[in-house]
Design a protein around this ligand. Structure first.
Ligand SMILES: Nc1ncnc2c1ncn2[C@@H]1O[C@H](COP(=O)(O)OP(=O)(O)O)[C@@H](O)[C@H]1O
Ligand SMILES: Cc1ncsc1CCOP(=O)(O)O
Ligand SMILES: [Mg+2]
Length: 282
């Protein structure tokens, strides 16, 4: 007898994704920022994936077709990195490697805004950002109405629900799933919306946890066919790790370490008991 798979936005589906990552150890190619290169590599290892941080323009074209997913993050963009990103996303489009964009501080700084916007032509499977970044990117793409207020550097000035209309338009315009993080994460592919209510406010006091969510979404994309489900599952995994780690961490320093330990320790039972994921009914 074969069991039918669980509905996509349920704790059981998140547990399935986690177990697939652990079983397959997908190679995740990251072109990312200097702040989080170490912490996101460790988070990917802790959850069971295999990270490689490679950004030489002469090397990315070789690695992208070998990788199970590509993560592109413009957090500390440089001119050589922009060239590597353009090459990598083009190869990803041609080789069918799923890729995800983290538009760090897009809307605040023009160079990265242009690079992120141009990259959309190569068909990211997903985009994960905070509310300010998603509203800004949607506006740049011509899918977001009036110019939104830009973020405070890499931090958002708006809540995730506020960005949902822009996220839906961006998803429709690009074909990507869009995940907006915040106290309650909102994930959409245009028609569908799901929410994830895991997390802890102390997570905003550790740098790079949004970038970590994006990297984990890369691992989820690598092992699943439904990009929106992959993004939602990733938001549960990082949110849950943060929430459970915050139970004992007295401050952000210990929280950062405890999140790594928790990503390593998450299992089907913990996910099933604590995941707060749900489809948002229209
Ligand atoms: N107020 C909050 N309460 C609970 N979890 C949060 C809160 N703000 C952010 N998070 C969680 O922290 C992680 C990083 O999100 P966020 O801070 O929005 O991204 P970024 O660092 O890119 O701005 C996500 O898993 C998100 O769910
Ligand atoms: C502080 C900082 N500055 C440039 S990139 C970066 C990290 C941003 O990480 P996150 O978006 O996950 O908070
Ligand atoms: Mg961010």
């Amino acid at each position: 007898m074969t069991l039918s798979p669980p509905a996509p936005f349920t704790p059981a589906a998140v547990a399935d994704t986690l177990e697939r990552i652990r079983a397959r150890t997908p190679l995740i190619h990251n072109i990312t920022n200097i702040v989080v290169a170490n912490s996101t590599a460790n988070a990917l290892l802790a959850i069971g994936a295999s990270p490689a941080m490679v950004e030489a323009e002469d090397e990315v074209a070789q690695l992208v077709p070998l990788a199970a997913a590509l993560v592109v993050n413009v957090g500390t963009l440089t001119v050589p990195q922009a060239a590597a990103i353009a090459r990598a996303t083009r190869v990803a489009r041609l080789s069918g490697t799923p890729w995800i964009l983290d538009p760090v501080a897009v809307g605040v700084l023009d160079f990265r805004s242009r690079v992120a916007l141009d990259s959309l032509a190569d068909g990211p499977r997903a985009i994960r950002g905070n509310a300010s970044e998603i509203m800004a990117l949607a506006h740049l793409r011509g899918a977001g109405g009036d110019a939104p207020p830009s973020g405070r550097g890499v931090d958002s000035l708006s809540g995730a629900a506020e960005a949902l209309p822009a996220a839906r338009s961006l998803a429709r315009a690009t074909g990507a799933c869009v995940a907006v993080s915040g106290a309650t994460d909102h994930i959409t592919d245009g028609p569908r919306v799901a929410t994830v209510a895991n997390g802890h406010p102390m997570m905003t006091r550790v740098t790079g946890l949004g970038c970590t969510a994006t990297a984990i979404a890369g691992a989820c994309l690598a092992v699943g066919d439904d990009a929106m489900a992959a993004c939602a599952h990733a938001m549960v995994l990082i949110g849950l790790a943060g929430e459970l780690a915050a139970r004992t961490a007295p401050g952000p320093g210990s929280l950062q370490v405890a999140i790594l330990d928790m990503l390593y320790r998450l299992d089907r039972q913990t996910v099933t008991e604590h995941a707060r994921i749900a489809p948002l009914e229209p």
